[in-house]
Design a protein around this ligand. Structure first.
Ligand code: ZN
Length: 205
């Protein structure tokens, strides 16, 4: 079965000025949708047809099929990203908070470090919070690259492609990153990813 564009887990106007309906119209309706269409075109009639999205990403990575890798990884990253956002400002669940404090000292130190990674990432890509063994780590990946291709366990991501923020924040990436981090993260989802529960949702494409 072909991949399809997943519905957003909230209304497109739910974030007000933090992330506008217009941004979702382009980012989800055009960009994400185009990655889905191109992935379907590339796997149609090949032995990857019918495989899961992460299987397609790994196969494309292993065979050096850059076009398929970029499009399929972008489908996965975007679906994961939508789940990382919440229109209501959430408290960080206690188990996740403890893990953050253990790994970074405090929630404020974690946010500062994540912000620096996201703002400092050169050009297009994604900032990630991942689980490595028992520890949380912050990293970033370029362009379409995805934790799926690196066997990382992703907990949280922030899209730092210009298409994610230009309509609402123009070139002010630090404002975008700071606002989303402080007001619009689905910390429940991030906490669910500690045991991999949330990640499987992104694999449905
Ligand atoms: Zn994007």
């Amino acid at each position: 079965m072909a991949f399809s564009l997943p519905d957003l887990p909230y209304a497109k106007d739910a974030f007000g000025e933090i992330m506008s309906e217009e941004t979702f119209n382009y980012h989800h309706g055009k960009h994400h949708n185009a990655y889905v269409g191109k992935t379907n075109d590339a796997v149609a009639g090949t032995d990857l047809e019918g495989k899961s999205l992460s299987e397609v990403i790994k196969a494309a990575s292993a065979s050096g099929n850059k076009g398929l890798f970029n499009n399929s990884a972008q489908v996965w990253n975007h679906t994961f990203f939508w789940h990382c956002l919440s229109p209501e400002t959430q408290e960080i669940p206690a188990n996740l908070k403890a893990k953050i404090e253990e790994s970074f000292g405090s929630v404020e130190d974690f946010k500062e470090k994540f912000k620096n990674e996201a703002v400092g990432h050169f050009a297009s890509g994604w900032a990630w919070l991942v689980l490595n063994g028992d520890k949380l780590e912050i990293t970033s990946l370029h362009d379409a690259d995805s934790p799926v291709a690196h066997d990382m366990k992703p907990l949280l991501t922030l899209d730092v492609w210009e298409h994610a923020y230009y309509l609402d924040y123009q070139n002010a990436r630090p404002d975008y990153v700071g606002t989303i981090l402080d007001k619009a993260i689905n910390w429940e989802f991030v906490a669910q990813n500690l045991d991999g529960e949330g990640v499987s949702r992104a694999d449905q494409g």
